[in-house]
Design a protein around this ligand. Structure first.
Ligand code: FES
Length: 161
């Protein structure tokens, strides 16, 4: 088991190094590299930080600071379903804040967190391009409009059953 974990970490570190090395010539490379790592590996793991610092010749604390500052970066694997609730102005005007509070209560997590059973990750986003049909929610790849708390519960039931 320990060997498996160690091997997995080694494979991950190798992949992170490849991703970072391929992009280190970019101007301001850290953010695009972090996005690329997250897209490829699902999240930014603790073990990634010293590798990125090494490739980019930055302090570990500097990389860690960026990862923790930007909400875009996930520091743990996402749940099986990702639920994103729009909190931009047009959606806020039609109840997105209340919907967000409902979702947090219902799932027992805050934004950027995953339920303990690993089923759902809840995120807030700022505009899903569906402003006329707020509150807008994206579940996985699917966009939903005019989502009331009751509709939210029904949509959630579909992805968690
Ligand atoms: S403001 Fe919510 S989708 Fe644009």
């Amino acid at each position: 088991m320990t060997t498996d974990v160690t091997q997995l970490a080694a494979v991950r570190v190798e992949r992170v190094r490849e991703i970072a090395t391929a992009r280190r010539h970019l101007r301001g490379p850290l953010i695009p590299i972090l996005h690329a790592v997250q897209e490829d590996l699902g999240h930014i793991d603790e073990v990634d930080v010293p590798v990125l610092a090494d490739v980019l010749n930055l302090a570990v604390a500097e990389v860690h600071g960026v990862v923790t500052f930007y909400r875009d970066f996930r520091r743990a694997p996402a749940g099986r379903a990702t639920v994103r609730i729009c909190q931009a102005e047009a959606c806020q005007a039609v109840g997105a804040e209340e919907l967000g509070a409902h979702a947090k209560r219902r799932l027992g997590v805050g934004y950027g967190e995953t339920t303990t059973d690993g089923a759902v990750t809840l995120d807030e986003v700022f505009c899903l391009g569906n402003c006329a049909l707020g509150p807008a929610v994206q579940i996985g790849e699917r966009l939903h409009g005019r989502v009331s708390p009751a509709r939210f519960d029904a949509l959630l039931a579909e992805v968690t059953r």
